[in-house]
Design a protein around this ligand. Structure first.
Ligand code: 5AD
Ligand code: SF4
Length: 438
């Protein structure tokens, strides 16, 4: 067989970690089947891909100005493709607005990448497409940590969220495929794996074949048996599915990293109901307390949306109350952004002014800053185990603790890929400095 001429791929990834893995899959498929290698220089690329996010409005408007720039500066023969969630939701409208786009490939259709790049004008955005059993080409990268999708799509109907409309129904990837993928990555040096899905702890309810149901706790137990994997992380779990069995496994299993994302969204039971989150303020507090009681060193992170339509001052104070009680280690804050194809659009007459939204956002950020110092400072002097992964030009090496806080030490590349004891010497609001303990 004649080897194809080597070509260059420039890929930009926006949005969540699932988009990061989708981009990895695009890269490995194009490398294996079309002899592409990645470049960081858009102007020398033969193929330019932008893997998009549509969760909030801002990234969508940014997309068009960005691909306009790409079109001006690219090599004449270079193709442009738009992939991901905005591709799913805008489809061929993307080409109407930007006729120089060569193809549009929706999230959940990523396995078609090697064929679509040669089909000018193609639009593949089927949200019922099932590539849950597609075997993507191996990335071949030697990484200390890896990420593996465990499901595609989302069955929830959170009323603010566009994801079910862009990624379709939830289908779990068969456990044996997940385990095989992680085993391969572990052989290539991965010590840590992150299991990814829109809703990881509803894993195992529906597969594309007729196999028996399973659950996330059982998957965690299977992944724990993989030789070489020392840390297991996952995102995002849904607070509604944090049953006792799951929390007890989280606490008991030494391979599970003691950092958990608990997306609160709102602390008001009334707003949670309007968001169709399926839990109450009390349920959330009860789950967080159970986790903290069983795992005192746990770090809890969250997502919060302020100014959801109809959110009163009293509702907002419920959110502040939960923040005060749980004391999150990290908060991803968002101001509500109305999205197409979502039920919350029906609440248009209850929308909150931008001014109030911004003020509430600032209040959350300021409150959280107080908690961060309170949570970080008591760690000074403690010994923690750190998986080192990056050598910086200033001679510092950085890595993460088991409960996923970033740590910087002076050191060399000898530390990379190793799990080492470190004494914490100082703390900022978001990271530690420390010294390796011999
Ligand atoms: N407006 C603001 N934030 C949103 N998110 C999802 N949809 C919206 C929206 N319409 C946030 C949620 C979710 C995170 C990934 O993005 O907090 O957990
Ligand atoms: Fe969106 Fe809710 Fe699904 Fe998360 S669980 S992706 S917020 S619908």
């Amino acid at each position: 067989m004649i080897k194809q001429e080597e070509k260059k791929l420039f890929i930009e990834t926006l949005g969540c970690q699932m988009n990061d893995t989708d981009s990895q899959h695009i890269i490995s498929e194009l490398k294996e089947h079309k002899n592409y290698s990645v470049t960081n220089d858009m102007e020398e690329a033969d193929l330019i891909i932008i893997n998009t996010c549509s969760v909030r409005e801002k990234p969508v408007s940014k997309l068009f100005s960005e691909i306009g720039q790409f079109n001006k500066k690219k090599k004449k023969s270079a193709k442009i493709g738009v992939c991901g969630c905005t591709a799913s939701h805008l489809g061929s409208d993307i080409m109407k607005r930007a006729p120089y786009v060569d193809f549009v490939l929706g999230a959940r259709n990523i396995s078609k990448i090697k064929d679509i790049i040669d089909t000018k004008g193609a639009v593949e955005i089927d949200i019922d497409y099932d590539d849950s059993t597609y075997q993507f080409a191996a990335s071949g990268m030697n990484l200390y940590k890896t990420s593996v999708n465990i499901s595609i799509g989302c069955d929830k109907e959170c009323t603010y969220c566009i994801v079910p409309a862009t990624r379709g129904d939830e289908i779990s990837i068969p456990p044996e495929m997940i385990v095989m993928q992680i085993e391969k990555d572990a052989k290539n040096g991965a010590k840590e794996v992150t299991l990814l899905g829109q809703n990881v702890n509803s894993y195992g309810r529906r597969f594309s074949d007729k196999r028996a149901k399973t659950n996330f706790t059982k998957l965690l137990q299977e992944v724990s048996k993989i030789e070489g994997i020392e840390r297991i992380r996952f995102t995002s779990p849904h607070p509604l599915h944090m049953d006792d069995e799951f929390i007890e496994e989280f606490a008991r299993n030494p391979k599970i990293s003691k950092c958990i994302h608990m997306p609160l969204q709102s602390g008001s039971t009334k707003v949670l109901k309007a968001m169709k989150r399926g839990y109450t303020k009390e349920w959330f507090l009860n789950r967080a307390k159970k986790i903290r009681d069983l795992v005192p060193e746990v770090r809890i992170t969250t997502d919060i949306i302020v100014a959801f339509p109809g959110e009163t001052q009293e509702d907002f104070e419920d959110t502040l109350d939960v923040i005060n009680q749980v004391k999150f280690d990290q908060i991803f804050n968002f101001k509500y952004s109305p999205r197409p194809n979502t039920q919350a659009l029906e609440l248009k007459d209850k929308e909150i002014s931008d001014e109030i939204g911004s003020a509430r956002l600032i209040e959350v950020i300021e409150l959280h800053k107080l908690h961060q110092s309170e949570l970080m400072n008591p760690n000074i002097g403690k010994i923690v185990s750190v998986l080192f992964e990056t050598l910086k030009p200033n001679g510092e090496v950085s890595g993460f603790t088991d409960n996923y806080c970033q740590v910087f030490v002076k050191g060399s590349d000898e530390l990379l890929g190793r799990i080492v004891d470190v004494k914490i010497t100082s703390a900022s609001r978001t990271a530690f400095k420390g010294e390796v303990v011999n």
